[in-house]
Design a protein around this ligand. Structure first.
Ligand SMILES: [Zn+2]
Length: 79
């Protein structure tokens, strides 16, 4: 675990997840941070696993065409 993880900004995409993890486990959080480093690490790893599992584009600003392709594949599989 990197010590710097505990100082990530509150507007980080997984900040809310990390904060909830930390609250649920009653960890002590440094003043001005949203979660401890362990919870940040777990939240980021979970986020990355979801991206890989569902083959999502890593970047939210990725080419929207790849979203369309994925959606077409999924709906044709269902139909
Ligand atoms: Zn924690």
């Amino acid at each position: 675990m990197h010590a710097a993880l505990s100082t990530l900004p509150t507007d980080h995409p997984v900040a809310a997840v990390a904060q909830r993890l930390c609250e649920d486990t009653s960890h002590t959080v440094q003043l001005g941070t949203v979660a401890c480093g362990d919870c940040w690490e777990q939240a980021i790893r979970t986020d990355q696993q979801v991206v890989l599992e569902f083959e999502l584009p890593a970047d939210h600003d990725a080419d929207p065409l790849s979203y369309d392709g994925l959606g077409a594949t999924e709906s044709s599989r269902v139909a």
